[in-house]
Every structure is written in C-alpha cells, then in structure tokens.
Design a protein around this ligand. Structure first.
Ligand code: FUC
Length: 970
C-alpha cells in the first residue's frame, strides 16, 4: 500500500485526481485522449441508519473492459468483459452510517475506456427500501494498484482532503413512488444536542410529554403533564352587569359606539387579575455522566414519528451508547432507556428528577431504594389552592448497580438503565401519588415490552394516513433526507421546490403532535400542545377560543385523528355548565356562553380589555367542533348524547342574545369585538366594539344551520327551540361586501386600525364555515379574495397561526398556488429548528393549522346538501393542487361522512381515486377541473363509464347499509 498517511508535504500525485462524469468514457473526461491501461474511479455515498440495516447491491454499469470494485476498503467483486452487466453484494457489515467510499479499478486494453457504448447503464446502489442513482460526477486517477499506483484510492486517508466537494451518489431515487406511503415515515434528525428548548424534540402520550435535549454529558428531559394547572375552579364569574350591558347595547345601536364601549369596559369585564391561570411545567429529569471524557463522536439525535421514539446515539470512550425516549399511552408512562450498543459498559451516571420552587409551592423530593433499583419522586401543589401533583421515576439497571447518593440515583457499571416516569395530579379527583404507584406497576414489564407496546400505539394511528408529494427535484444536489433537519429547513428557505418531502414531514409531524398532546381522559391540546417549560407560560398556555384552540383541532377529522378531539368535547361539557351563569349575569340570557379564553377550570367570563375579551360567541365557535366530530365520525350516538346538548345550550343563548337592529329589522350580535382588531370612527377616534360584526354573524349562522341539521338527523325539528331557530335564521343579518369589493369586517364601512391584522375573522364564512365557496358563491368568494389580498399587502400572516389560516383560506378558494406559497412561508418564516410553530414565541396552533391546510389542498368535504332525506357531503378531490406537487399520492384522509379517501395523481391530475365508505350512503365526488368523463367501479358492480359535464360523480345511496368501496379513474 502506498498510503500517504502522516505526510506533511503536498502529495505529488495530487493533480492526478480529477473530476469525471459517469457513465461516460474516460477520454477527455478526466484523462487525456488515448489513455489505455488502468484508472481508479472514486465516489462517495452518504447512507443513514435505515440504509445500513441490511445488505445492499452495487451495480456499476457497463464498463469497458474489466473492473475490480471496492467498498469502504473491502473488495466486493470483479468482472472482466466489455459492456457486461455486473452486480455485487455489499454486505451489511461494511456499510457505514455517514460517508461510504466506493473505488473501482477499471482496466481498458485498447480504444475508449470507462463507461463506453450504449445503452449507458447507470451505476446504482440499492437496499431494501432505498435506491441511489450513482451517476454524476466522480473522481478519476490514472494508475495501477497496489504496487504501481501513486496512491491507494480505497484507503488513502489524505484522499478525502484532496477531493473537491462534489456531490456524488447522493441522489436518492425512490424505489417506488409509494415508498413513503407504505414504508417508514420520515424523521427529524440533528447532528448536535439541543441548545435551546425549541431545538429539543417532543414526545408525548396525549397526557404526559417531554422535551428531549439529546445531551451527551448532561441530558435534560423537561417534563409535562396536561393537568398541572395553577389555580382552581373557584369562582371567577363576571360581574352581574346585564343592566349595563343593555344600556351599552342601546347606545351602540344608536351609533354611540365609544360610549357603549366605555360602559362595557367599566362594568362587564373581569379585571386582569382574574386572568386564566397557567398550565405549568412539571419539572426536569437530568442524567449526568460522572467522569466521562469530554469527547464524544458519531453523535446523532432523531425523532421517528411512526414509533414516537426520540433517540440519541454517540460514542464515548470507544463505547457506543443509545438513549431512547418515548411516551407510552398504553402504560401511562414516560420511558427512557440508555444502553450500550456492542461491547462495554455505560459511563457512571447521576440521575436527578426535580421541580423548582414556585411561589407557595415548595415541592418535596424523595429518593428510595427498591428491590429492583431506585425510585425518585417529588410531590407538591401548583401554588395556593392549585392542583396537587406527583411524579415518580422508577430506575432499573442491567449488569451494574444503582444506588442513592446525596438524594440522587447513581448508576455504576451498567450495560443499560431503564427509567419509567409516572406523573399525575388530583385534577380528576384522586391522590396523585397513589395513581403514580398504580401506573408504575407495569414498569416490571421491562423496556422491550413497554417500548413495543408504546410504539405500536403510535404506528397504528400514524399509519392511517400517508402522503407523498412527489419525487425529489432532479436538480437537488443532495437528497433531502440526507440533510439534518435544520440544514433542510435552511435550504427550504431558498429552494422550497426541492423538498416536497419536508412538506409531507411537516404534515405528519402535525398529526404526531396532535396525537401526542390530546388523548381522551385528559385536557385538550393547549397553546403549546402539552410542551411547556414555564410556570407562567405566554398567554398561560391556555385555551384561546377566538381562533387558537379551534385551529388545534382542524386536522382532527380530515387527518384521521377524530378521537384526539374528545378532550375538547369534555372541556366543552364543563364550559357549558359554568357558562350558564355568565350568560345570565351579563346578558340575562338562557343557555350558556364563553368568551375569548378558557382554562382548565372552564372559565367563561369576559376578561381584560374589550378588544379581545368582549367576545361572547367563543363558545358557539367551540360547538362547531362537537358538530364536526359527528360529521367526521358519523356517530349518531355522539350527536345525540354529546353534541346535541352543547348545540342546544349555545342556541338557547344565541336566540336570547341576538337583537333586532331597528335600522334594518335584522338580528345582530353586539356590542362585541371582531378579534382583536379596532376600527376608525368618522371623527378619527378608535373603537373596538360594534353591533353585528361579520364574524359574529357568520358564527351565529353556522351554529343555527348546524343545529337545525342536527335536529333533522335526530328527528327533533318540530320541537320548540328548533322552530325558534328556523325563524331566527330567516332574520339573521348577513355580512356585506364593501364599496371597495372587500368583505366587510364590521357592519359599517369602518376602516381598520391595523389593515394587516393577524386575525381574519370576517372570513369565518369561508373557513372554517362553508357559506362562501369557490363555485357556489362566486361573488362572495371574490370579496373574500379581495380581503385576503388586502390583508397580505398590509403585512398579514405574520404570526404562525395567521399564516396557517391563510393556507386554509386559499385552499377553500381553490387557489393552489397561493396556498402553496403560504405553506412555504409557514415553513420558511414561522418554523423553529424542531419544526414547532413560531408565533413567536412557540405556539402550536400553526403546526395544526398548517397540517389541516395541506389536507384541505388535497381534499375537501365541507359543502353539504340534503338528498332524499339524508345529509350528503360533497367530496372534492385535489381542489387546490399547486404545480409544485404535480405527482403524488395521499391515502387515508377522511371526508365528512367518515369516508376514507385515497388519491393518486400524475402530471397535476387524478390517476386513480378510491373512496371507502362505512355504509352505502350517497357519494358525491367532485373531480378536479377539466375532467368530464369518469370510469367508476363500485365494488361488487360492473364498472361504468360516465360523462360528468359538471365534474361530479354521484353514486346513489343503496338500500343495504354495508361498507362500500368505489374506484374512480378519469
Ligand atoms: C390570540 C392572538 C394572539 C395569540 C393569542 C394566544 O389572542 O391574537 O396572536 O395567538 O391568541
């Protein structure tokens, strides 16, 4: 071997290493014309863990004349024969995560050398679930090996330094376009531990959560539990102020807007010290290495959405260490396993679980030995009168010891350490420490059984939907999955069209976050989901009902996560109890109401400033989710037992609350805010409360229409309240279009103080409601578009959730290009390194709104009609497909009616669609524009060819109520 290791002088052969293109002959392509003899070709390929899981096959292509191929210094095969096909197995044992070197010694006895002739067969490296196109730029050097070569291209340690950075063999081909559909979901991964909290990776089981920093010498897991809330349900009822409200209303109707606002501010609002209380951090678990050398190598941390595992891997002192963290829903535990991969033992480690003091809460920490190991715990309450909490960590080691030293657990000489954490509060009633004991019983099952159960829970739900937005752009120099998540996000900012897969990943991440932060039996996803490291979080990490908590649940139905919505419905049950008093005290009304925020204690009163707080229809908007839950699940028992009572009480309130505007004779709301914008009065002064804001009028209409449809389904249309509601609907004022063509935000043509305001409340009729549709109400749709354009021109969309809402609006307007550019803006401008949404600060609604928006671009089902006595939702396929997603497939989206939708498309139009309905309901399927014929196959029936001049395929309802599968080909 003539390796140049350790040489300080510039190697004489340096010039011999030149770029070349393969396939292609070597003459004039790195080597002089007329070269015969031997040359070395050298290329590199970056592999990840998944690629290295099994043997791969290297096919060099047609080489003139003979080759001898090497992979990471191991000879994998040789073939002598001009233009002969070759294929060599690359054993798994020589594959490396990271850079792998391929060297091919090519001998040519005369004429052209290298890849000669036609067809040119592309060199490839293929594994079980990946395939790499290795054509492109390689390096070439004339010379022989081993005795005669001027260098050893396989082993030469200087070679790397001498290679110009040319991307070789990094273009990953998908084995089939369906790889991401049927295979693994994409990962997030990083090359360094998290510095900031928003670099850490979230795990959660819907009730408990953790942010995993992936530290080597100091690992931190910041812990959460959904019910660790400050405060309690003690009365924070609004003042008894119905007289004041009535007089303010009369003034407002008489045009005395500011006087009305002053009265409400003074007499109806809860003072700010009655704010909602905050969700709080639970505490931290830390793992510190004792006396381990500083240097660590081969570092990587990642999050796998399908398994819910946050993994950290590194090598210290020659020992490979793997740490995996996941939150188990089946076992109600947070699990942390640290083990050695291969030979050696873990460095000694100190484990601590801790919660800081907070005001009157001084937590009690304890450490006790157990027969199997050690338990660390703390207990306390979240401040005076707040919930009692408890957290207990159970530590077990394999081969080695765990003991208590100075109140911490210290692990020595172990091959593995498994920590199971239980955490509970008394929010739902019983003693939290006892509940923890109970949860920890399953810790005896051991890491492998616990993690298998936990991951299976994620996989089962994550696998319901798959999304492939098409192949990697051919001009992308490095395929996206080979970039770490921050690098990928960074490249996306300038080249979004190179990485459709990042958009699919963001979509699946939104599903993962909702699944991880919202599970039945706990509280809904708050402003931060479940991940919060504060005692007093921004906006208390509460439930804002003027957009934020609703946006959290937009993906629940369409993205096949309907069950995640149940905690919201449970909280709604509490809200409608507490909201009765608020409805009476302020408005003298029946039913219940809730203003712009609520918390774990279901507060309902108007709080703080009128510009945000005087928002009496927040509860009515929440009720849309109970109705939608029925629409998506088709669960009539749910409609009857859960949604109906919520709808009924909200309608009761609405009917009392609405007032006839003497000027028009129509029913209007108010005085109330159009969240959270203000307007300019003719005299130049600013105000924020008015009668009949567009948003209120849309919400009122939405509530009444949904209520009446529910009544019809449940056979209650003739009862007193539905009759009253029908009457009210006839007289309900509609939002108007202004002289400038925009949809008006207020009932009068006021100018807005913030023309680019983040809220776009007046477009509620477009989304989430269904009163403005691209094809049904073109004039209103044009006005909505004008409003959006105006908002954007004036700087709208600057918060994450605002940008996410824009995607949904454009999708409803069937404008794929605008929707796509807002998807790109959301990822480029409002996404943190761990892909959390950035308000700023971190606020999770944008993740969920973005996920829902991507689904809306591919499928919609909000347009509905009654047909032969049944409610039918039209299913729109690819209503807002952008050019950038010309080929792709989505499987498992859910249309209202609980119809599973699978769409494959090519060159921007449908190639095949399949709809699976749980029963033989009527299906109305709207094909993308331009399709006028369809080939329809209903399972069990002869396929038919249909002309569809209006683009709609109708499959009539069948008598038998059995599941039905329909395939449509254009
Ligand atoms: C609403 C928004 C803010 C923020 C807060 C939590 O009030 O106007 O932007 O998202 O909720």
């Amino acid at each position: 071997m003539l390796a140049q290791a350790g040489s300080n002088t510039t190697p004489a052969h340096e010039a011999a290493l030149t770029p070349t293109t393969i396939p292609g002959r070597w003459e004039g392509n790195g080597l002089p014309d007329g070269t015969d003899g031997v040359a070395w070709y050298v290329g590199e390929i970056t592999l990840d863990d998944r690629d290295c899981a099994a043997d791969m096959v290297f096919t060099p292509g047609n080489i003139d004349d003979a080759d001898e191929s090497w992979f990471n210094g191991t000879r994998i095969g040789n073939t002598d024969g001009w233009q002969t096909e070759r294929a060599y197995t690359v054993p798994q044992s020589i594959l490396r995560t990271g850079v792998n070197r391929i060297a091919i010694r090519v001998t040519d006895s005369g004429g052209n050398g290298g890849w000669v002739g036609t067809p040119k067969v592309t060199p490839k490296l293929e594994g079980e679930a990946c395939a790499f196109d290795l054509s492109g730029t390689w390096w070439i050097s004339a010379g022989d090996h081993p005795e005669l070569a001027s260098f050893d291209p396989v082993m030469d340690p200087d070679l790397h330094a001498r290679m110009v950075p040319i991307p070789v063999g990094t273009r990953r081909m998908k084995l089939t376009p369906m790889e991401t559909v049927t295979g693994k979901l994409p990962d997030l991964w990083y090359t360094a531990p998290a510095n900031a909290w928003t670099d850490a990776l979230p795990v959660g089981n819907g009730r408990m959560g953790a942010m995993v920093f992936g530290g080597v010498h100091h690992e931190r897991l910041q812990l959460n539990e959904a019910t660790v809330w400050e405060g309690n349900a003690e009365d924070r009822t609004a003042p008894e102020s119905s007289e004041y409200f009535r007089s303010a209303r009369a003034l407002s109707l008489a045009g005395k807007v500011l006087e009305a606002q002053q009265i409400i501010q003074q007499h109806c609002m809860l003072p700010s010290d009655m704010m909602p209380r905050s969700h709080q951090t639970l505490g931290d678990l830390t793992i510190d290495m004792i006396d381990a050398p500083r240097a660590a190598s081969e570092y990587r941390r990642s999050l796998t959405l399908r398994s819910g595992i946050a993994a950290t891997q590194f090598k210290v002192n020659g020992v490979s260490i793997v740490r995996e963290v996941l939150a188990s829903a089946p076992d109600e535990l947070l699990l942390i396993d640290t083990h050695v991969a291969g030979e050696g033992v873990l460095p000694d480690m100190r484990v601590r679980m801790h919660r800081d003091d907070f005001e009157t809460d001084i937590p009690a920490h304890a450490a006790i030995p157990t027969r199997q190991g050690v338990r660390l715990s703390f207990t306390g309450h979240t401040g005076q009168g707040g919930v009692k909490y408890a957290a207990t960590a159970d530590l077990r080691v394999d081969g080695g010891t765990v003991a208590i030293e100075a109140g911490d657990a210290v692990v020595r000489g172990a091959r593995s350490l498994t920590i199971s954490i239980a955490a509970r509060t008394d929010y739902f009633g019983s003693d939290p420490s006892l509940q923890c004991e109970n949860d920890l019983r399953s810790a005896t099952s051991g890491w492998s059984a616990l993690s298998d159960r936990a991951s299976a829970w994620f996989a089962k739900t994550m696998d319901r939907v798959s999304l492939d937005l098409g192949d990697v752009a051919p001009e992308a120099s490095v395929i996206p999955e080979l970039l770490s998540t921050p690098a990928r996000l960074n490249r996306f900012r300038s080249k979004p069209e190179w990485d459709n897969d990042l958009i699919s990943l963001y979509f699946q991440y939104g599903r993962y976050l909702l699944l991880s932060s919202s599970r039945e039996g706990s509280l809904p996803a708050n402003l931060q989901g479940i991940w919060n490291d504060h005692f007093r979080a921004p906006w208390n990490a509460d439930f804002h009902t003027n957009i934020n908590v609703q946006m959290n649940y937009w993906p629940a139905g369409p993205c096949a996560l309907a069950e995640t919505e149940l905690p919201l419905i449970d909280l709604l049950d509490k809200i409608r109890v507490r909201g009765v008093r608020t409805a009476q005290d302020i408005y003298g009304a029946r039913g219940w109401c809730c203003h712009h925020i609520t918390d774990a204690w279901a507060m309902t009163g108007p709080e703080g400033q009128t510009v945000w707080g005087m928002y009496p229809l927040g509860g009515a908007w929440l009720v849309r989710h109970a109705w939608e839950h029925y629409e998506y699940t088709n669960d009539t028992a749910f409609l009857r037992d859960r949604a109906w009572p919520a709808l009924d009480g909200a309608v009761r309130f609405l009917l009392d609350y609405l007032v006839k505007d003497p000027a028009t004779g129509m029913l209007v709301s108010g005085p109330s805010t159009s969240p959270e914008n203000s307007f300019i009065l003719p005299d130049g002064s600013h105000a924020n409360l008015s009668m009949g804001t567009s948003m209120d009028q849309w919400i009122a209409r939405d509530l009444l229409v949904n209520y009446l449809d529910a009544a019809r389904i449940l056979g209650r249309s003739n009862e007193a309240l539905p009759t009253e509601a029908t009457e009210a609907l006839k007289h309900l004022a509609m939002p108007a279009v202004g002289a400038d063509g925009r949809l008006m935000e207020w009932s009068k043509p006021y100018g807005e103080t913030e023309p680019g305001h983040r809220h776009m409340s007046h477009l509620y009729g477009l989304h989430p409601a269904n009163f403005i549709t691209a094809d049904g109400t073109p004039a209103l749709a044009a006005a909505a578009r004008a409003s959006l354009e105006f908002r954007l021109k004036n700087g709208g969309g600057h918060t994450g959730w605002s940008r996410a809402w824009l995607i949904n609006f454009w999708a409803r307007l069937h404008d794929g290009e605008h929707a796509w550019s807002d998807v790109c803006a959301l990822l480029s401008k409002s996404t943190l390194p761990n892909l959390f949404d950035d308000h700023p600060p971190f606020q999770i609604d944008g993740n969920f709104g973005g996920t829902a928006g991507i689904a809306e671009m591919l499928m919609q089902s909000h347009i509905r009609t009654w047909s032969a006595g049944h409610l039918v939702h039209r299913i729109d396929l690819l209503p807002a497909l952008p050019h950038a997603w010309s080929d792709g497939r989505v499987r498992g989206l859910i249309a209202r009616g609980n119809v599973a939708v699978d769409i494959q498309w090519k060159h921007g139009t449908i190639a095949r669609a399949q709809l699976d309905s749980p029963d033989a309901r009527e299906l109305r399927i709207k094909m993308p524009a331009g399709i006028t014929r369809a080939h329809v196959a209903v399972a069990g029936q002869a396929p038919i060819d249909l002309p569809i001049p209006d683009g709609i395929v109708i499959i009539p309802r069948a008598a038998a109520s059995t599941p039905r599968s329909v395939v449509i080909l254009p």
